[in-house]
Design a protein around this ligand. Structure first.
Ligand code: PRX
Length: 651
């Protein structure tokens, strides 16, 4: 509650500057008209957007087929995502875009590549032919485990061209995590690279793939991009060099005419259990959602240089580095490496160098830069910027103000965008030329999105109040399911309230109808804007031979939002010492990846439990954040456990 109250003390309001409003893609009038239409007839609103923003080979017969919780959008319509992202910018009235930069890429060592729409089209057609030559057919899954290089975008678009759903696994995941994701999706082919660059040094990817594919019966071939030229093992018959295969491939490949509901991609995300969920997105609705929101919220113009700093391995990268921007014919910047390499001003240097006009990043990065000092952004000319965005976690008002003042020079509107892997595209956000902003609030739902706040019984909370964030009407970019697990899909998102999507976030709505997102209310932690299930880390810990039992909680952290704290009871024969802490951190890194590595590991003889055996996480959260243990403890199974934990806290 303290968080909610502190947010609500925020009363500053910022009106869009008239210079911005005048040129905005969506001004107040247009936004209000769309809002009205979205409220009275969301289906009609989205049909209008699908017509305006997406090119179709065959028009749909029915806009929405809604059999809760299963939705189909634009039923009977046929389209192709790569056609929308490429071909249509080379033809007819848009043909001038063929020589426009589609992707401006910069590698961490400073090497650069610019791909025009026409070049990108050729590369995508060639790689689509490579996939075909490897036996990949419509419907087959392709796993992409790559650094942030243009080949990743090329591979994604090539998959969409032939209707092979991709499953991108973030390059920071371990071999075990990669293996599990490949097996769940039963992918036929993996695309990877020898490695990539981070923090000034090459890291390896191919070696991780080699390890993962020892136990993935579905994988037939591995395509390897040469990026770092580090030595790798190459298995003839299974491994193929990207550049060798591309040299022989034809530049002609017609886009497959795919049903609007054809699977586009699977993306794994954390939930409250140990197993990641394969979130499934499909073609026509997703494309409509990301393209519409991209044009409206990022106010894109043909001469903009747009940069979203997310890694393509996360949903933000899928929707707003690749698909939204390219479908809109925009220039999208991709940067391979660490924000602070070779110096703490790398990002600001990139903005100045490429003349970035629209910049979209996460609060955790903003907080890191605040700590590094204003002199770094101030040593660069950031006057090309005209619009800023935030995503991934609540942005605290002070970080918002710094972003506004130091990066935006007080002239750039900020769009704080709330959405999820599951929603596919942005759901709650300011429209920069139309909506007044308040630091820390994502403002209002996008037109056609029916967001609400419920109490536990499923009633809308009245007036200035908080509760559970829900979505009451299907939307085009919504997940169509969890890969191979309809039961979990129903239970997780649709089991709490009738015919209503449960987002898992707490939120508050103020007297002006503005939404303030408070963060996760389930056992999912938001670390640096990435979701990690407490159960995932717990399963990793207990898979160590040293651990009897483990409980993981989040603790508020100034930079990353949440830090992972693990309470561990070691097995009888194991000594709880610093060496064990090191071993366990290493073990979690091996099982999941460095993103899930606990910040702190604390040992205890036994974990505090209720009489029914449930771990009392609330208590552990309080202990982890150094607070006094509050609330009722009468259901504790063993009071001495709590006392012991607190003693160790005082050490
Ligand atoms: O808790 C919310 C938080 O991130 C969660 C979704 O995480 P993920 O699926 O990884 O997608 C992140 C990028 C879209 C949400 O349930 N979140 C995301 N954006 C915001 C946010 N919390 C507050 N404000 C936001 N703008």
């Amino acid at each position: 509650m303290a968080d909610i109250e502190s947010l609500l003390k925020e009363s500053r309001t910022f009106k869009p500057e008239s210079d911005f409003t005048r040129q905005a893609n969506w001004n107040k009038k247009k936004t209000n008209e769309y809002r009205k239409l979205g409220e009275t007839n969301p289906t009609k609103f989205w049909a209008q957007m699908a017509k305006q923003n997406v090119s179709w080979f065959t028009p749909w017969k029915k806009v929405l087929d809604w059999k809760p919780p299963f939705a189909k959008w634009f039923v009977g319509g046929k389209t192709n995502v790569s056609y929308n992202c490429l071909d249509r910018h080379l033809e007819g009235e848009n043909s001038w875009r063929k020589n426009k930069a589609a992707i401006i890429w910069e590698g961490e060592p400073g090497d650069t590549r610019i791909l025009t729409y026409s070049e990108l089209h050729r590369e995508v057609c060639k790689f689509a032919n490579v996939l075909k030559s490897q036996g990949v057919k419509k419907g087959d899954r392709v796993c992409l485990y790559m650094p942030m290089v243009p080949e990743l975008a090329i591979a994604m678009l090539a998959c969409t061209r032939i209707g092979a759903p991709h499953s991108i696994v973030f390059g920071g995941f371990s071999a075990d995590a990669l293996r599990d994701r490949i097996n769940d999706a039963e992918a036929k082919l993996v695309v990877t690279a020898d490695g990539g660059y981070r923090k000034g040094a090459p890291f390896a990817l191919k070696a991780t793939v080699d390890k993962a594919v020892e136990n993935t019966p579905s994988i037939e071939s591995v395509v390897v991009v040469e990026r770092t030229k580090q030595p790798i093992e190459f298995r003839t018959g299974r491994d193929i060099w990207w550049h060798e295969a591309m040299a022989e491939a034809s530049t002609k490949c017609a886009p497959a005419k795919l049903d609007a509901e054809h699977p586009l991609f699977i993306l794994y995300t954390s939930g409250t259990t140990g197993n990641p969920k394969g979130i499934l997105h499909t073609t026509g609705g997703y494309l409509t959602h990301v393209t519409t929101t991209f044009k409206a919220i990022f106010d894109i113009k043909d001469d903009d240089v747009y940069w979203c700093t997310a890694d393509i391995g996360w949903i933000t990268g899928h929707s707003y580095v690749v698909y939204g921007p390219l479908a809109a014919g925009a220039t999208t910047v991709m940067y391979e490496g660490t924000p602070t390499h070779p110096g703490p001003d790398r990002w600001w240097d990139l903005i100045e160098k490429w003349g970035v006009s629209i910049f979209y990043t996460a609060p955790t990065a903003i907080r890191t830069f605040i700590r590094l000092g204003d002199e770094h952004p101030k040593s660069h000319d950031l006057s090309s910027l005209r619009l800023l965005g935030s995503v991934g976690e609540p942005i605290n008002p002070e970080a918002w103000m710094w972003y506004h003042r130091v990066i935006g020079g007080k002239r750039c509107p900020i769009v704080d965008t709330w959405w999820q892997t599951e929603t596919g595209g942005i759901m709650i956000s300011s429209i920069p030329g139309a909506v007044d902003t308040k630091p820390g609030s994502a403002t209002k739902p996008f037109p056609g999105i029916e967001a609400d706040i419920f109490d536990e019984e499923g009633n809308t909370v009245k007036g200035d109040a908080g509760g559970f964030l829900v979505l009451k009407h299907p939307w085009p970019g919504m997940l169509r399911g969890i890969w191979r697990d309809p039961k979990r899909f129903k239970e997780t998102y649709w089991g709490t309230y009738d015919k209503t999507y449960f987002a898992g976030d707490g939120a508050h709505r103020d007297k002006n109808g503005y939404f303030w997102i408070m963060g996760r209310i389930d056992d999912v932690m938001n670390v640096s804007g990435h979701r990690i299930g407490t159960m995932e880390v717990e399963s990793a810990l207990v898979s160590s031979p040293d651990v009897a039992e483990a409980a993981v909680v989040g603790r508020p952290d100034e930079i990353t939002g949440t830090a992972i704290v693990a309470f561990v009871s070691p097995k009888g024969t194991t000594t709880p010492d610093d060496a064990l802490v090191g071993r366990l951190k290493q073990h979690v890194t091996k099982e999941i990846g460095a993103i899930a590595r606990p910040t702190e590991i604390r040992f205890t003889n036994a974990l505090p439990k209720t009489r029914s055996g449930k771990i009392m996480r609330r208590l552990l959260r309080d202990i982890a954040s150094g607070k006094e243990v509050a609330g009722d403890t009468s259901t504790l199974e063993d009071f001495s456990v709590l006392a012991k934990l607190r003693e160790s806290d005082e050490d």
